[in-house]
Design a binder for this molecule. Structure first.
Ligand code: HEC
Ligand code: HEC
Ligand code: HEC
Ligand code: HEC
Ligand code: HEC
Length: 396
């Protein structure tokens, strides 16, 4: 009995981030195009395809900012920490104190860490061989082990998928429940337990998630529908019909997804306007990353003339350990958080502008609030764009 215990403790320890090299035949999505071109195209438009440092302005500037403020760690060390979820096929999964000393002197150009970060294996971010090369997801590990620390990989060249009876001339296949009946388990490998450098957990989609008849992939890929998984024809010249899902991973960055994502009810009382936001989704909104924002903007009019504008921002604010406003990844604490809980409701009330005859209420979403956009000096208009959830026009 005793030796069994020891064995399980030892193997638990071993699950921590064992990098398995991805063979050249499989490492980039271009290699899958010959037979899965439709899937490659959908994925290529998704933000999973942009999760690498070089492809997402917001991610890149956050890393640079964290490295500038945190003088115990080098830029490469921060990049490797973030790669845990943003680039989980990275070959180096942690750095040592010796490495920090060398990096501080700029002598790390030929180090394994620098090479791993420059490798083209990770340049596509969360690509096919991140999800489809996972062998096991270790939900028995503590909640803070995520991304690369929560999975063990298949031998390179074996693709895990939803079908038990697939055959491919290019790669071996194996079926897994997290590709079929239990896909949330796959998403929670990374969409959970976001924690700052100070150990402050600023978002945890897994603990907030409410049981639902729908899974993440029903809403963020597509419902299962008839199609083909591979364009390769069999000996009879035919492709095989399958139940498939789309690979767009559409979410907060996609304007059309926000239309009616919340139910908006507006009521006029004697002197006040009451706005109720109802969230039918199984996770909070905003959720996901920590600086997202929902705006309630009210424009009061008398006839055609605008007499007053009001804005209410529903977002989270973070303070550093020195008590200054900061980005989520340096937060020591959250001072305010205003998201609409899963399958929950929040109501807001404000006095009606005197003399107004009409109010136009616009509820919208922004990827990054004013505070964090300014701290990081984000330039791309996508971060400040207001994506409309609903507009209500009320005549008094
Ligand atoms: C974030 C994880 C993730 C990434 C990245 C990903 N897939 Fe998938 N893929 C899935 C899941 C989950 C399913 C199972 C869908 C279902 O429930 O049937 C799936 C299904 C498939 C299938 C079966 C047919 C279908 O469309 O349902 C193929 C083939 C496939 N993926 C290929 C690819 C290729 C090629 C890439 C890279 C361009 C890729 N996948 C990237 C998660 C992913
Ligand atoms: C030469 C053609 C070809 C290439 C190249 C190819 N595949 Fe496939 N793949 C197939 C065929 C055929 C199937 C089986 C389809 C079916 O049964 O409907 C398949 C099935 C799959 C499945 C589903 C497996 C299951 O058991 O559910 C996944 C996932 C997958 N491929 C991923 C990839 C990835 C990732 C790449 C690129 C690294 C890739 N494939 C390259 C032909 C190919
Ligand atoms: C290996 C880690 C990982 C896994 C596994 C993963 N994701 Fe992601 N996902 C990310 C990261 C990191 C981003 C942010 C990329 C960026 O914006 O640069 C992201 C972005 C997204 C987005 C876009 C969010 C937005 O605001 O536009 C959606 C939707 C999404 N993921 C859904 C899923 C679903 C559904 C699954 C499960 C099938 C899944 N993800 C599995 C890490 C992961
Ligand atoms: C019933 C449908 C539904 C299910 C199930 C669902 N979502 Fe969402 N999710 C939405 C809608 C609607 C939005 C808001 C519009 C958008 O961003 O797509 C959203 C937003 C998001 C965002 C961006 C949020 C933000 O505020 O920045 C992420 C990331 C996300 N979902 C991930 C997930 C993951 C991971 C799961 C499973 C654990 C999941 N979702 C399950 C419907 C769903
Ligand atoms: C536990 C896994 C995990 C780790 C570790 C992680 N992230 Fe993320 N990150 C995610 C997921 C999942 C998303 C997508 C959520 C969404 O879009 O709403 C994301 C999204 C982001 C975004 C928003 C990107 C966009 O396009 O809007 C930024 C910025 C970001 N992460 C920065 C970082 C930094 C910096 C680090 C390292 C200090 C890091 N992340 C480490 C999981 C992780």
């Amino acid at each position: 009995m005793r030796s069994l215990w020891l064995l399980s403790i030892v193997s638990l320890g071993l699950y921590g981030a064992v990098a398995v090299q991805v063979g050249d035949k499989f490492k980039d999505s271009g290699k899958c195009k010959a037979c899965h071109s439709h899937i490659v195209k959908q994925w290529d438009n998704s933000w999973h395809a942009r999760s690498h440092y070089g492809n997402d302005e917001y991610f890149q500037k956050t890393i640079d900012y964290v490295a500038r403020k945190d003088n115990r760690k080098s830029l490469n060390t921060i990049k490797i920490e973030c790669a845990t979820c943003h680039n989980p096929r990275i070959a180096v999964t942690s750095t040592s104190a010796e490495y920090e000393a060398i990096a501080a002197l700029n002598l790390d150009k030929d180090s394994a860490a620098t090479k791993a970060l420059q490798s083209d294996t990770i340049s596509e971010g969360i690509n096919c061989v991140v999800c489809h090369n996972i062998d096991q997801i270790h939900d028995e590990l503590p909640a803070d082990k995520r991304g690369i620390n929560r999975v063990s990989w298949m031998k390179s060249g074996i693709m895990t998928g939803p079908y038990a009876d697939a055959k491919s001339p290019y790669h071996q296949v194996e079926q897994r429940d997290f590709m079929d009946t239990n896909p949330n388990k796959l998403c929670f490998v990374c969409h959970a337990n976001d924690t700052s450098e100070e150990g402050h957990r600023f978002i945890d989609m897994q603990s907030e998630f409410k049981n639902s008849s729908k899974t993440c992939v029903d809403c963020h890929m597509s419902p299962r529908k008839e199609g083909i998984a591979a364009t390769l024809r069999n000996a009879n010249g035919q492709t095989r019909k399958r139940l498939i899902r789309e690979h767009g991973f559409i979410g907060g960055h996609v304007e059309s997804m926000w239309q009616n994502a919340l139910k908006v009810e507006v009521r006029k009382n004697a002197n006040s306007l009451d706005v109720t936001l109802v969230n039918p989704q199984p996770h909070a909104l905003p959720s996901g990353f920590g600086s997202r924002e929902i705006l309630i903007e009210t424009q009061y009019l008398t006839g055609a003339k605008v007499i007053k504008n009001e804005t209410l921002s529903l977002t989270a604010h973070y303070l550093s350990k020195r008590g200054k406003p900061t980005v989520p990844h340096l937060a020591a604490k959250t001072v305010q958080s205003f998201s609409i809980p899963p399958q929950g409701t929040k109501a807001f009330s404000s006095p009606i502008a005197a003399g107004s005859t009409q109010a136009v209420i616009t509820v919208s979403y922004r990827l990054v609030n004013d505070e964090v956009r300014e701290i990081l000096d984000l330039k791309d208009p996508i971060w400040s764009k207001k994506m409309v959830i609903k507009q209500v026009n009320l005549k008094f």
